[in-house]
Design a protein around this ligand. Structure first.
Ligand SMILES: [Zn+2]
Length: 198
């Protein structure tokens, strides 16, 4: 199948009689984004921006990594590229953001990968802007973590996604690029540091 044919809702099981929602053997919950925004803001106010950013990056990374394993286990794609880009379809199904990919290149055997794209309608930027109007860096921390986790699981080597433009800092859209950790310089240092134990 192609990534665009991913019909996530068909495999969702909503069973209110037992108080559970599942996708295959993963339990999910539905959550109002405002409550996630409050949680995020509590992390920032209690721990500071750097710690909050690390936690959100790690949260996103784990989510992307485990989503990859679920999707790889449960679906058969036409080729590896369709499997790779299905993660961005999944972000849309999960209501995180709309993704427009602008570049997809990889070689499993050489452990090479470069993917770039835009996010539109990022819930994370939307929530951040409720509390903080003046930002000098990208604020879609869990999304950068998610793409890092998804691509790391795919390539079986550490991949880091960095957001270069963000609605949260006044740009028209969020723009990011992902590539192996060892190809990044100083601009990815804080993400690499936040994810070093994963
Ligand atoms: Zn953003």
């Amino acid at each position: 199948m192609k990534a665009s044919e991913l019909e996530y809702r068909k495999d969702l099981s909503l069973t209110p009689d037992i108080g559970q929602i599942s996708f295959k053997d993963s339990r999910l919950i539905l959550l109002d984004v405002n409550s996630l925004g409050i949680l995020r803001e509590s992390l920032i106010s209690k721990l500071g921006v750097e710690q909050a950013r690390s936690i959100m990056l790690q949260f996103g990374y784990q989510s992307g990594f485990s989503d990859y394993l679920q999707i790889k286990t449960n679906y058969t794609f036409d080729n590896e590229e369709e499997l790779l880009i299905s993660g961005f379809n999944l972000m849309e199904w999960e209501g995180l953001a709309k993704t427009v990919l602008t570049d997809v290149r990889f070689s499993h055997s050489r452990k090479e990968l470069q993917i770039s794209g835009h996010w539109l309608n990022s819930y994370e930027a939307e929530q951040h802007l409720i509390y903080h109007q003046e930002n000098s860096e990208g604020v879609c921390w869990s999304f950068a973590g998610y793409v890092s986790g998804w691509c790391t699981a795919f390539l079986d080597t550490k991949v880091i996604a960095v957001e270069r433009m963000c609605v949260g800092k006044g740009d028209a859209h969020c723009e990011w690029i992902a590539k192996p950790a060892n190809e990044w310089g100083i601009e990815a240092h804080f993400i690499i540091d936040a994810l070093k134990e994963f």
